[in-house]
Write a protein that binds this ligand. Structure first.
Ligand SMILES: [Zn+2]
Length: 90
């Protein structure tokens, strides 16, 4: 919307809490969610993703989540992801 308060253009060197494929995130009403260790949820809207935004933010803390887009560049086919739920629940 407005000129953001933080004018930092995040580059590749930015450190994120985690990198998660979009396909693994929870989609609801055009917003993608991912569990944050603080108990809240990272969130990023499809609108933001369409603008090129790749960083989901948590409303309750300062952690950020980098969203890996499935069609981002030439990538090898991801083989069946064996997700171990609960492993991230600290
Ligand atoms: Zn958080």
């Amino acid at each position: 919307m407005a000129a953001a308060a933080s004018d930092h253009h995040t580059g590749d060197g930015e450190a994120h809490y985690e990198e998660v494929a979009l396909s693994e995130m929870i989609e609801e009403d055009g917003v993608y969610y991912w569990e944050c260790p603080c108990g809240d949820m990272f969130e990023i809207s499809t609108e933001e993703l369409e603008r090129g935004e790749r960083v989901a933010r948590c409303p309750s803390c300062t952690l950020t989540l980098y969203v890996l887009m499935p069609d981002a560049g030439p990538s090898k086919k991801p083989s069946a992801p064996a997700k171990d739920e609960g492993a991230s629940a600290k």
